[in-house]
Write a protein that binds this ligand. Structure first.
Ligand code: MOS
Length: 706
C-alpha cells in the first residue's frame, strides 16, 4: 500500500453486538440493591424555590427516599470539563424550567416516577428572560473583539462590493437515541460509574473533586454510547447527583434522564445571530471580513460558540475583525453540538460568500477559488496538508457543476436549484495512549475509547493489524473502561488520529521488542513463539508539543492543521407549497489519510444528512410566555428520515497523508461533513425560486413569504 492510498474497507466489528442486543449500555447495568432515581424539575423557568413538599411522595409504596438540597453535599468548585458551574441545589434561585429541585429514589423506576408526580415544588414565579431580548455582553469578558488583523474599515471604504447580512439559527437539541444517564455504585471509598459519555477519562477529575476522592478511586465503564453528538461531551450534573444519591442512600443508584428531562438537564446548540460584513473588489476578491456572533447562554453559566473561527482561517483576507458576544436567558446552558464552531460559522460565512458571488456576477465556485488561502490566514503558517483545490475540482466534476444550468430546471412540481459551499473544521488533537498485547494466536488492542457508532473499534484493529503485519481478523479490541490506557475523548473528530496513532506506536513498540529478542523481520505471532513467550506487551503514546493534552489547528508545531471540503446540493422546491426535497448531494473532502473508506463514507454521509436536518427541519423553541422549552418529547422534533434522503449521496476524499498531523497520516473527518450543507441548501433554494432565506430552518412558510 502506498502512503496516500486509502486502507481497505472493513465492516464494523461491534455491529453484531448491537444487532443481537449483547451490547450493554449504561442503563443495562443493574448492580445488586440498585435504586432508580428520577429528577423533579422546577415547574417554572424563573423565580425562587420556597420549599419542596415530599410527604405524599415518601408515603407511596416503593418510594425509598426523596432527596432535596438539605440531603445533598455542598460541592466545591468543580474543574473542567464540568458543563455546569452553577450546580443545581446550590441555592434557591430557579434559573430554568426543569432545574432539579428534588431526586426521588424508588425500588422500581415506576415507583420513582409515581413519587415524582406526588412531589410539590412551591415556587415564587418571576418573568423569564427570553432569547432575543437584545442585551449582549462580550463573550469572554473584556473586549467583544476576539481577533483583528489589518484595517477592515479602510478595506470597506475602498471596496467595490459590500455585503452586510445577518444569519440566524435556532437552538437545537442533540437528542441521541440513548438519553444521558449514569449508574453509580460505591464500594467503601471507591466509586464506579457506568456512564453514557463521550469522554470517560474526563469524568474522573470532576467526580474525584466533587467528593474529595483520589482519582485512582474512581472507575468509569462506558463501552457503548447510544449517540452523543456533543451532549455527552462534558460532565453534567446528573452524573454527580447519581453518585451523591448513591452515597446518601448507601445503595447503587441509576439516574437515567427521561426524554423530557433531556431538554433541560444537558446542553443543546444555542440560538445564534451572526452578522457578516464582506468587502471585496469587483471580482469578488475579499479585501475585508467582519464576523460578529451572538449566542444565547444561561443566566449563571457561560457557553461561547466560537463560530468566528471559520472566518479567521478559511479565506485569504488581508483585514479581519471578529466579535463574540453572549446573551443570557432563562434556559439551561448550551454545549457543543456535532460540527460546533465552524458548523454555525459557515452557515453565515458561506451564505455571505454566495451572496458575494451573485453581486460580483461570478460563479460561486470561482469566487472561492479566487479567495483560496495558500497559507494559514490566521498566522501565516504553512498548511500541514491542504487538498481543498483538488476537492473543489473533483466535486465540481462529479456534480456536473459547470453545466448545471444546461440541465432541466423543472421536474413535475419541483423547481430545481443548485447550491454549493466550502466545508472546513479545525483540527483537534488530543494526547492519547494505547496498548497492544501480542499473543501467539493474535493481538489485543487496549484503549479507553467508546463505541459511539463511528466504527473506531474496527479502525483501531485495522491500524494494529497493518502495523504488525497480521490479518485484521487476528486483532481484538478492548475498550470502554478507565482501567485501560487513557485516550482523548470520543468527540472533536479526534479519535482515529489520536488513539489510532497511539495504537500504531504500541505496535511499533511490539515490533521493536521482537527485534530486540532476535526475532525481527518475521511474522510476529511466529516470532513470539520462537522467543518462547506467551505474551508481549507494547505501549504507545500520541504526544503533543510541550507534553500538552490538547492542540488545536497545529498549535505548537510549525504547521497550521485544518480539514476542508466542498458540498454541492441539488434541491427541489415546490413553489406552491414551499416544500423542499434533497435530490442530490456531492461532498469531496481533504482530511488526511482515510483508514477505512466504509466507515469514513458513513461518517460523511451522516454529516450531510445532519446538515440537511439543520437546513430544513430542526428547531427547539423557547416557549414565549413561560420561557421553557416548548417540546418535551420527540413527537415535536423533526429530523430527516430515510424518505427525506436520496440514495447514493456521493462522498469522496482527496488522496492525502498528513505526517505532521499524526503518526498514521490521518486527520479528523466526521464533523467536517456536517459543515457547509445549510449554506449550500439555502443557495440552492435561491437558485430555484429566488428566495434568500437567512433564518434557519428553511421552512415552507419562509420559502413562500415573499
Ligand atoms: Mo462532537 S460536538 O465533537 O460530539
Amino acid at each position: 500500500m502506498t502512503a496516500t492510498e486509502a486502507g481497505p474497507g472493513r465492516p464494523r466489528v461491534e455491529a453484531p453486538l448491537k444487532l443481537t442486543g449483547a451490547a450493554r449500555y449504561a442503563a443495562d447495568h443493574h448492580p445488586d440493591g440498585i435504586l432508580h432515581a428520577v429528577l423533579v424539575g422546577a415547574p417554572v423557568a424563573a423565580g425562587w424555590l420556597r420549599g419542596v413538599d415530599a410527604a405524599a411522595a415518601r408515603a407511596l409504596p416503593g418510594v425509598t427516599a426523596v432527596l432535596t438540597a438539605a440531603d445533598l453535599p455542598v460541592f466545591p468548585e468543580l474543574p473542567g470539563p464540568v458543563a455546569v458551574r452553577a450546580m443545581p441545589f446550590a441555592d434557591d434561585r430557579i434559573r430554568y424550567e426543569g432545574q432539579p429541585v428534588a431526586i426521588v429514589l424508588g425500588e422500581t423506576v415506576e415507583a420513582a416516577e409515581a413519587g415524582r408526580a406526588a412531589v410539590v415544588a412551591d415556587c415564587e414565579h418571576a418573568a423569564p428572560v427570553l432569547i432575543g431580548h437584545g442585551h449582549r455582553e462580550p463573550a469572554l469578558g473584556g473586549d467583544e473583539v476576539v481577533f483583528a488583523r489589518g484595517d477592515v474599515d479602510a478595506a470597506r471604504a475602498r471596496a467595490a462590493i459590500r455585503i452586510e447580512q445577518s444569519y440566524l439559527q435556532p437552538p437545537r437539541h442533540h437528542h441521541a437515541m440513548e438519553t444521558s444517564g449514569t449508574v453509580a455504585r460505591w464500594d467503601g471509598g471507591r466509586l464506579t460509574l457506568w456512564d453514557a459519555v463521550q469522554a470517560s477519562s474526563t469524568v474522573i477529575p470532576v467526580l474525584s473533586a466533587a467528593f474529595g476522592l483520589d482519582p485512582a478511586d474512581v472507575r468509569v465503564v462506558a463501552r457503548h454510547t447510544g449517540g452523543g453528538f456533543g451532549a455527552k461531551g462534558y460532565i453534567w450534573p446528573h452524573e454527580i447527583l447519581a453518585a451523591a444519591a448513591a452515597r446518601v442512600t448507601g445503595r447503587p443508584v441509576k439516574l437515567h434522564l427521561r426524554r423530557a428531562d433531556q431538554f433541560s438537564n444537558v446542553g443543546y446548540q444555542p440560538w445564534m445571530e451572526q452578522t457578516i460584513r464582506l468587502a471585496a473588489d469587483a471580482d469578488g476578491v475579499l479585501l475585508g471580513l467582519e464576523h460578529a456572533v451572538v449566542n444565547n447562554t444561561a443566566l449563571a453559566d457561560t457557553h461561547v460558540e466560537p463560530a468566528t473561527e471559520a472566518s479567521k482561517s478559511l479565506y485569504a483576507v488581508p483585514a479581519v475583525r471578529l466579535r463574540q458576544l453572549v446573551e443570557r436567558v432563562s434556559l439551561n446552558v448550551p454545549t457543543p453540538m456535532r460540527a460546533p464552531v465552524e458548523g454555525p460559522g459557515l452557515w453565515a460565512l458561506e451564505s455571505a460568500m454566495n451572496e458575494l458571488a451573485e453581486a460580483a456576477g461570478r460563479d460561486p465556485l470561482d469566487v472561492r477559488l479566487a479567495n483560496f488561502a495558500a497559507v494559514s490566514p490566521a498566522d501565516g503558517r504553512p498548511w500541514s496538508s491542504n487538498g481543498l483545490r483538488e476537492a473543489y475540482e473533483e466535486g465540481a466534476r462529479r456534480y456536473g457543476w459547470r453545466t448545471r444550468h444546461e440541465r432541466p430546471r423543472r421536474d413535475g412540481p419541483w423547481v430545481i436549484g443548485h447550491g454549493m459551499a466550502t466545508c472546513t473544521m479545525g483540527s483537534f488533537r488530543f494526547a492519547s495512549a494505547g496498548r497492544i498485547r501480542l499473543h501467539r494466536d493474535g493481538a489485543v488492542v487496549e484503549a479507553n475509547v467508546h463505541d459511539i457508532g463511528t466504527g473506531v473499534q474496527t479502525v483501531l484493529g485495522q491500524i494494529a493489524a497493518e502495523e504488525l503485519g497480521i490479518a485484521p481478523d487476528l486483532v481484538e479490541t478492548r475498550w470502554g473502561d478507565t482501567d485501560l490506557p487513557a485516550t482523548g475523548p470520543t468527540y472533536g473528530s479526534s479519535t482515529t488520529m489520536g488513539t489510532g496513532s497511539a495504537v500504531a506506536a504500541a505496535a511499533r513498540d511490539v515490533t521493536k521488542q521482537l527485534a530486540e529478542l532476535g526475532q525481527g523481520g518475521r511474522d510476529p505471532l511466529a516470532a513470539l513463539e520462537l522467543a518462547g513467550l506467551d505474551e508481549l506487551v507494547g505501549e504507545g503514546r500520541f504526544e503533543l508539543p510541550g507534553g500538552s493534552q490538547f492542540s488545536q489547528d497545529g498549535e505548537g508545531t510549525p504547521y497550521a492543521m485544518r480539514t476542508w471540503g466542498v458540498i454541492f446540493t441539488e434541491v427541489g422546491v415546490d413553489p406552491d407549497f414551499g416544500l423542499l426535497r434533497l435530490r442530490r448531494a456531492v461532498g469531496v473532502y481533504s482530511a488526511g489519510r482515510i483508514v477505512n473508506p466504509v466507515t469514513a463514507r458513513a461518517q460523511m454521509t451522516g454529516g450531510i444528512i445532519w446538515g440537511w436536518g439543520k437546513a430544513t427541519m430542526e428547531e427547539s423553541d423557547q416557549e414565549p410566555v413561560h420561557g421553557r422549552w416548548l417540546a418535551k418529547n420527540l413527537s415535536n422534533v423533526a429530523v430527516p428520515v430515510n424518505a427525506d434522503i436520496p440514495a447514493g449521496i456521493d462522498v469522496a476524499f482527496t488522496g492525502e497523508y498528513d505526517e505532521a498531523a499524526s503518526l498514521i497520516g490521518a486527520k479528523g473527518i466526521g464533523e467536517l461533513g456536517a459543515t457547509g450543507v445549510d449554506a449550500a441548501v439555502a443557495a440552492a433554494v435561491y437558485d430555484a425560486v429566488g428566495v434568500r432565506v437567512r433564518d434557519l430552518p428553511i421552512l415552507p412558510w419562509k420559502v413562500l413569504r415573499t
